[in-house]
Design a protein around this ligand. Structure first.
Ligand code: IPM
Ligand code: MN
Length: 356
């Protein structure tokens, strides 16, 4: 039997609660499958860790993440825990993504059944993936901005290596998918602001160069402001979208808003060797400990992890259970984004629908 070594990071706020839901689902899926075993190593990370130890992730934990077959991370960060420069001390984005060189941030935007979403669309009609460049762009400047009381600057950096690898990732992903919901065409859309900024022109040119190696995939170019509009007006047109780090951060939240909120949004951070899987949203300290958080983002992140480990059928078992629980209304996501009856009831509903 295959054994995978998984590092878990319960994080802050609602993190531990929703991670617990995901671990319950993973335990049942393993049992049903009988093909693999997950062995866990829990690691502290985030704002509470920073308060206790003065670092948001220890060197040993970083090393453990590097060595693991996968990392399942819950949301981290608390607004009250800050560095002297005012930025949040608990956030691990820069630490893990740059530290482990996880260049592709994969953010599926999917409309699930029964979700009270603001757009007029049927379940499955919105189903695209944002591939956000994850190691450079504007966020390479995290904590490095310079300025004084009168002015401040952060720098946006693009490298050929960085753009090439993320574009290649997007094209390869399109090959594995079945095209856009509206016309079934495999399509990669490059989102940029190349009409204004030279760095984005560089990004677009490399996208087009890379695209030549993928004649079977349609290439599509879209300015980022227009993307903000189009992802609301006709999201069904999109399949895979690739973009710079900051744009991907913004547009993935926008996409989440169209499908019932970030509580529905898992993500994967993928590198050459290491990877980690997490909800797109933060730690929601205002509702922590109340048992009302939506565990779906964390459960679907666990499914993405299984898929990445090569356990695609186990990942599908989870997604099918979520789908069935929602269709049967055993699981109801309210307009607030929270599941009716609370997190545990939602988790139980999914557990009941898990089928081999
Ligand atoms: C995200 C988050 C992080 C980011 C923050 C919390 C560091 O917003 O994962 O989208 O900026 O990438
Ligand atoms: Mn974000």
């Amino acid at each position: 039997m295959k054994t995978y070594h998984i590092v878990t990071i319960p994080g802050d706020g609602i993190g531990p609660e929703i991670l617990d839901s995901a671990l319950q689902v993973l335990a049942k899926v393993q049992e049903l499958s009988g093909q693999f075993r997950l062995e866990y190593e829990e690691r502290e990370g985030g704002a509470a860790c920073y308060q206790r130890h003065g670092v948001n992730l220890s060197k040993e934990s970083m090393e453990a993440c590097h060595k693991a077959d996968g990392v399942l991370k819950a949301p981290v960060g608390l607004p009250s825990v800050r560095y002297p420069d005012g930025t949040e001390a608990g956030l691990l984005g820069g630490v893990l993504r740059n530290g482990l060189d996880l260049y592709a941030n994969v953010r599926p935007i999917r409309l699930w059944p029964g979700v009270d979403a603001p757009l007029k669309a049927k379940p499955g009609e919105i189903d695209y993936v944002i591939v956000r460049e994850n190691t450079e762009g504007l966020y390479l400047s995290r904590g490095l901005g310079v300025g004084n009381d009168e002015a401040f600057a952060d720098m946006l950096l693009m490298t050929r290596k960085g753009v090439e690898r993320v574009c290649r990732f997007a094209f390869e992903l399109a090959r594995k998918r079945s095209g856009s919901p509206s016309d079934g065409k495999r399509r990669v859309t490059c989102v940029d602001k190349s009409n204004v900024l030279r760095s984005f022109w560089f990004f677009r040119r490399i996208f087009q160069e890379m695209g030549e190696q993928y004649p079977d995939v349609e290439k599509d170019l879209l300015y980022s402001d227009a993307a903000g509009q189009d992802l609301v007006r006709r999201p069904w047109r999109y399949d895979v979208m690739v973009m710079e780090n900051f744009l991907g951060d913004l547009l993935s939240d926008l996409g989440g808003g169209t499908v019932g909120g970030l509580g529905m949004c898992p993500s994967a951070n993928i590198g050459v060797r290491a990877s980690y899987f997490e909800p797109v949203h933060g730690s929601a300290p205002d509702i922590a400990g109340k048992g009302v958080a939506n565990p779906l983002s964390q459960i679907l992140a666990a499914a993405m992890m299984l898929e990445h480990l090569g356990e695609a059928s186990a990942a599908k078992v989870i997604r099918d259970a979520v789908w069935e629980a929602l269709v049967s209304e055993d699981l109801v996501i309210q307009a607030s984004g929270q599941p009716k009856g609370g997190s545990q009831r939602a988790t139980q509903a999914i557990l009941r629908h898990l089928r081999k």
